[in-house]
Design a protein around this ligand. Structure first.
Ligand code: GRG
Length: 318
């Protein structure tokens, strides 16, 4: 979660709050909506327990908060974007459950506790991931059906999210990542893997928020470039935290990337150059927001937050 800092986010009503407060409020809104979407599952059934376990108490909720912040940046309402924000988090949660499976990264810890398959068994974890992914699309389709004249925009957003999650996005990136294990890879290859594996869903989150709020073509282009920069910066930061051994920040057993000889930024360009790359990406992300007013402050702060996790000494710079 973002740490308490003096920098402020200006909400639509003009009130100023810091990023931690902003994140907490938006997280609570997302959590309440997720609770509603998951209500009604068979409580006596492990499937729903495993789906809930994957979603609650949850991690940073970065993707849904990004979708909401992008909507706010172009003057949209939170209520309209919430179903899509929740769907993004459910897809993210599914990806983590499947990523932790023995057939993939074989991680027994996630968010500081047992991974879903350790707690519920492999078959239930696989099905819980399937359930989260599929139900995410039910939520978006229902929201689209309720949007009347705006249904076309909702369908476009659903398509964006599907493409970002699928074989041309996150799933394809995961395959490329697994294929690259134990092979020497160059920087463009590492970037390409991460743009798909991690960046695609982050890009979809920002674009979804912007599209639902009716962003103009120029705004959408700038927000897309912002998203691409922070998506890559997020992965660079995650690689640095794993390499440096910050279990508190990642909630996972650290050093796993090195053990598995993963294609990471520190492995290819070293820690110092990775930090420089993260800072440079933050600068580029902030430049893309130049023409936005104070309603884009949350997006600005999220760019700072992502990089400062791995470069704590330069909090507030950039
Ligand atoms: C299994 C289809 C499939 C895809 C998996 C996203 C992914 C692809 C794997 C996750 C592996 C990983 C640890 C990637 C590093 C960056 C990342 C996505 C970290 C986890 O996301 P956070 O930090 O997690 O937003 P929280 O816990 O905060 O929700």
């Amino acid at each position: 979660m973002p740490s308490s800092r003096s920098r402020v986010v200006r909400l639509q009503a003009g009130r100023r709050i810091n990023l931690t407060t902003y994140f907490d409020r938006r997280r609570r809104q997302v959590d309440r909506a997720l609770e509603q979407y998951l209500a009604g599952g068979d409580r006596g059934n492990d499937l729903f327990a495993a789906m809930r376990y994957a979603l609650f108490p949850g991690g940073k909720r970065l993707r849904p908060v990004l979708a909401v912040a992008a909507t706010e940046a172009v003057g949209g309402t939170i209520a309209a974007v919430l179903p899509f924000a929740c769907a993004l988090e459910m897809i993210h949660a599914y990806s983590l459950v499947h990523d932790d499976l023995p057939a993939m990264d074989d991680d027994d810890t996630r968010r500081g506790r047992s991974s879903c398959h350790v707690k519920f068994g492999e078959a239930t974890a696989i099905l819980a991931g399937d359930g989260l992914l599929t139900d995410a699309f039910t939520i978006m389709a229902d929201a689209a059906a309720r949007r009347g004249a705006d249904a076309r925009c909702a369908a476009q957003v659903m398509g964006e999210i599907a493409r970002a999650a699928g074989a041309h996005g996150m799933v394809g990136g995961q395959v490329a990542d697994m294929t690259a294990e134990q092979h020497a890879v160059d920087l463009p290859t590492v970037e390409l893997i991460h743009i798909r594996k991690t960046g695609a869903l982050i890009r979809a989150a920002v674009r979804s928020g912007a599209l639902i709020a009716g962003a103009g073509a120029g705004q959408l282009r700038r927000l897309t470039r912002y998203a691409d920069c922070i998506g890559l910066a997020f992965q660079v930061a995650d690689d640095i935290l794993d390499a440096e051994g910050s279990a508190a920040a990642t909630g996972k057993r650290v050093g796993r990337d090195r053990e598995r000889q993963k294609a990471t930024f520190p492995a290819v360009i070293g820690l110092q150059a990775s930090r420089e790359r993260a800072r440079e990406l933050r600068t580029r992300a902030l430049r893309e927001l130049r023409d936005f007013d104070r309603r884009a402050d949350a997006l600005r702060e999220i760019a700072h937050f992502i990089v400062s996790r791995a470069c704590p000494a330069d909090v507030g710079k950039g």
